[in-house]
Design a protein around this ligand. Sequence first.
Ligand SMILES: [Cu+2]
Length: 156
Amino acid sequence: MKNVRNLVTALVLSCSAVAAIAGDVTVSEPWVRGTVAAQKATGAFMGLTAAKPMRLVGASSPAAPAVEVHEMSMENDVMKMRPVAGIDLPAGQMVALKPGGYHIMLMGLTAPLHAGASVPLTLSFEAADGTREEVQIEAPVRELAAPAMKMKHGAH
Ligand SMILES: [Cu+2]
């Protein structure tokens, strides 16, 4: 009996380490791309799974004065990104925010972000009936691995 309880405790602990579950949305494996000196913007990425139809409508962070929900796409061989009003989350289906697609853009960074640090983020979700829900997460910083892509920022 005791062994079973220990196993359950271990499972609960290991789950809470990778996912923040609050209310109707589960955030899995959040991370932020590290930056180099003088770089003012970067992206935050994660998986979002909603228990019922929800919409990611915004985010904020103490690490950046401006935070927007962005979509990246290829236009004439150039990666472009633009702000979107929100990202729809169908019930029970993981939506990935990842490089090259949807991401959360942190702009106006006051200091470089290095691996080992983590960035607090508050995510705002809206349900079909208009009720809002906020989820707080800590996104670890991953070192900038690849050289910066050729990018154009449309709206900012
Ligand atoms: Cu962006």
